[in-house]
Design a protein around this ligand. Structure first.
Ligand SMILES: [Ca+2]
Ligand SMILES: [Ca+2]
Length: 138
């Protein structure tokens, strides 16, 4: 596990560097997540859950904007709306976990690696597993 921790730390340092130049809001959000040391899908899953205030496994616009503010991705309302549309791929007015992962470019490999780790641990996070299974149709 030491190797993984080092990898996470390096990723965090690199992400912080990139954050100083990144302008695309989606890239900034991705980097913010990485910079907090939760690399990849696990961190994003946590971000999604934190944003999902009413626990219905989708993000509406209000939750989305509040979540962005929490992650220090500050933007104008128009910009946030534009960003929301980029996440909401099917245009139904909410962002589900699948859309969230796709937009932030989590690869199926990242997911499978993480999922294998989760399945092996006792500390199973039901909310997260359900979301991931649905997202990747497992
Ligand atoms: Ca919600
Ligand atoms: Ca949607």
């Amino acid at each position: 596990m030491a190797g993984t921790a080092r990898h996470d730390r390096e990723m965090a340092i690199q992400s912080k560097k990139k954050l100083t130049t990144a302008t695309d809001p989606i890239e900034r959000l991705r980097l913010q997540c990485l910079a907090r040391g939760s690399a990849g899908i696990k961190g994003l899953g946590r971000v999604f859950r934190i944003m999902d205030d009413n626990n219905n496994r989708t993000l509406d616009f209000k939750e989305f904007v509040k979540g962005l503010n929490d992650y220090a991705v500050v933007m104008e309302k128009e910009e946030a709306e534009e960003l929301f549309r980029r996440f909401d791929k099917d245009g139904n007015g909410t962002i589900d976990f699948n859309e969230f992962l796709l937009t932030l470019r989590v690869t199926p490999e990242e997911f499978m690696n993480y999922y294998a780790g989760v399945s092996a641990s006792i500390d199973t996070d039901v909310y997260f597993i359900v979301m991931m299974r649905t997202a990747w149709k497992l």
